[in-house]
Design a protein around this ligand. Structure first.
Ligand SMILES: [Zn+2]
Length: 57
């Protein structure tokens, strides 16, 4: 399972999703079309954060 890291250019929130999950809306601020792939951060902290949002969305 491959997870892709993203960040929202509006609120700077960083998260990750499975590679086969497509979305256009930020799970944090709800803005659309603000999501960019984030290739700079390490994955550990992001994965911890995103587990909370996986249950909501
Ligand atoms: Zn956002």
């Amino acid at each position: 399972m491959v997870r892709i890291k993203y960040k929202c250019t509006n609120c700077k929130y960083k998260f990750s999703r499975n590679q086969n999950v497509s979305f256009k809306q930020c799970p944090y601020c709800g803005k659309k079309d603000t999501i960019q792939q984030d290739t700079q951060d390490t994955a550990t902290k992001i994965l911890d954060e995103v587990s909370t949002y996986d249950r909501i969305t």
